[in-house]
Structure formats: C-alpha cells, structure tokens
Write a protein that binds this ligand. Structure first.
Ligand code: AHG
Ligand code: MN
Ligand code: MN
Length: 324
C-alpha cells in the first residue's frame, strides 16, 4: 500500500488524525495510485475508449470511468472503517461495513472526455462521518461544511494529491517508488485574479447575472473591472481547480436556460463540495448562485448544482451580481 504518513505535516500525523480516518485516506490514496498507473499507460493498458454502458445521469461511460470506479470500490470495501460509498458511476449508495465510521463519496474519473486525447483527468473524493443508525441515502446527505476530509488526485504531467482535513491544504507529488511526497504546504489562492474559466459555448443560454459578469470581464480595462482578463478551459474540473489553487482564477459552471429544472451540470456531493472545502481552506470561496456552497443542504446523492469558485474577490463580485 502506498504510504504518505512519513511525509505528513503535524496536523495529519497519527496523534492528530483519528486512526480510522488515516486508514480510509490510505485506502483512497492507494486506489488513486493504482488508477494513476492505468492512466499513465493509456492504450498500453487497454483502458481507453467507451465502455458501452451509461450511468444514472444519462452519461455514456468510458472504460476508465468504470475501471477507476471498480478500483475505488474494491479497495474501500476492504477497509473495515468504511461504512458506505457513493459514486458518480453508481445509481445508489454501496454498503460496506456496518461498524465502519466513515462514508466516502467520489467522482472516480473527472474530465473523462479528455482521457482518450491524453489531457489531464483526476479523481475527486469527500469523506463524511456516518451518522448513528442504519445506513441509508439520508446518511450521506450532509452539508459540505460537515466533510471531515476532502481531496483530489490530478493525473497530469505529475500525479498530485491535494488534501484537506480541515486545517489548510497539503499538496503531494507521486514519486518513482509510489509514495506521495509532500511538495507544498498550505498553498493560498490569491484573492485577486485576471483569469476565468467557463465553457463559453453555452453563452447564449446563461442567465442575466452571468451574462453581465462575463461581458464585463471580456470588456476588460474599457469597463468597470478596469483590467484585462485571460480565459482557460481544460474541461477537467480537477485540472481547473488545481490551476486556481496554484495561481488564482475563477471557475464557473452556471445554471442555464435550456432546462431550468436542472440547477447546473456539476454534482454537489462529489464535485462541488470537496472542491469548495479545499478552496475555502486555501483562502478562496465557493458559491452556488444563492449561498455558500458548503451551506447547501443536499437532497440527493447525484444532485446537480451551479458552481462559482476560486479567488475571493471574483466570487464576492459574482455574489453581488446575483443579489442585485
Ligand atoms: P465528468 O467527467 O466526471 O463527467 O466531469 C466532467 C465535468 C468537469 O470535469 C468539467 O469541468 C466539465 O464537466 C466539462 O464540461 P463541458 O463538457 O461542458 O466542457
Ligand atoms: Mn466530474
Ligand atoms: Mn466522472
């Protein structure tokens, strides 16, 4: 099993972190290092292409969506501290150990439209404490603020783990021996930025506050924002959020007019919430168009949500436009 214990900052060391939580993190990390091995080899490990199946959200599954999901489920179900799992690729929750203390929610492969063209993808995870009583869907429906740990692994030029247990953020890089070595402690998201990320092809479908915000950014120094902005869109949330964690920026996936019953594209429980906790812990902010992301009361495992997250000044400005 991959160990990251010897490289941990004090607040992640055994005496500060409940032993069982440490062991659940070890399992997640070990699964991600196995996924990383498959991603690295691509066609050589036979993992590219479509699986020929779909998930509950009506999305076609790639082979690697299914493989990454199976790896996480196999390793986590083996850990007696895990009570249950929820995944983007599973219709309902998966029960594990009745005496387990933790619930693990994950997007096994984020950015899967990028996998066949060798662009960065990732795994996102969120860990909650299991409430007393029998395991049911409601056990998982806890606010983002209640997460005991959250993180992601980015399979990019380097494989990196970004982790928070609620006391700042730590960044680890996978070395040649399969160990995640801490390479950055407590990155801070710059409060101001000149970079934004949004899928511009949806422009005509946006609601007025987002239309206005992007118009202002595109007008740059000729308008109220008084500076020119640059745009990036990888189409892998993990890569996008990692860039923002390292150098600032704002990431958006707003609700759109095509289907007002759908609040957004991204999923609250295993995409928006873990990323929001990481960004908040690094001095950034996250908003769903109405309230702080971490205060949203979940109603479903696969619930979608509008997302505005990153550098604080921009997220606060977007909030103002939504409240106007
Ligand atoms: P997933 O691959 O887990 O379904 O997530 C894809 C998400 C996210 O990673 C990315 O930001 C966004 O979808 C990309 O959406 P577009 O296809 O609209 O660019
Ligand atoms: Mn995703
Ligand atoms: Mn996914």
């Amino acid at each position: 099993m991959t160990t990251f214990a010897q490289f941990l900052p004090e607040h992640l060391q055994q005496n500060a972190l409940p032993e069982q939580l440490g062991s659940v993190l070890e399992s997640v990390i070990s699964a991600c290092s196995e996924i990383s091995g498959k991603v690295r080899l691509g066609a050589l490990s036979g993992v590219l292409g479509m699986a020929g199946t779909g998930n509950i959200q009506g999305e076609d599954q790639k082979k690697l969506d299914v493989i990454a999901n199976d790896i996480l489920i196999r390793i986590l179900k083996d850990n007696p501290s895990v009570a249950g799992l929820a995944s983007e690729e599973e219709d309902t929750f998966v029960a594990a150990h009745p005496d387990g203390r933790y619930l693990v929610l994950f997007d096994p492969l984020d950015g899967s439209s990028n996998i066949d063209v060798n662009i960065s993808v990732g795994t996102i995870f969120s860990i909650l404490e299991k409430p007393e009583g029998d395991l049911e869907t409601a056990s998982f429906l806890q606010k983002g603020r209640d997460q005991v740990a959250a993180g992601y692994v980015l399979y990019g030029p380097q494989t990196q783990l970004v982790l928070t247990v609620g006391h700042g953020v730590s960044v680890f890089t996978l070395d040649e021996d399969g160990n995640f070595v801490m390479t950055k402690e407590n990155p801070r998201v710059p409060e101001t930025t000149k970079e934004f990320a949004i899928n511009m092809s949806n422009r005509r479908h946006w609601l007025p506050p987002v239309q206005r915000y992007i118009d202002e950014l595109l007008a740059g120094e000729t308008d109220s924002r008084g500076k020119n902005y640059n745009m990036r869109w990888v189409a892998s949330m993990v890569a996008e959020i990692h860039r923002i964690l390292m150098r600032g920026g704002v990431f958006m996936y707003p609700q759109d007019k095509r289907d007002l019953s759908k609040p957004g594209k991204l999923r609250l429980m295993y995409e928006a919430n873990p990323m929001s906790l990481i960004l908040e812990q690094a001095g950034g902010a996250a908003f769903d168009g109405q309230i702080d992301m971490l205060d949203v009361k979940p109603v479903g495992l696969h619930q979608r949500v509008a997302v505005f997250m990153g550098s604080k000044e921009e997220v606060d400005y977007i909030r103002k436009l939504h409240q106007a």
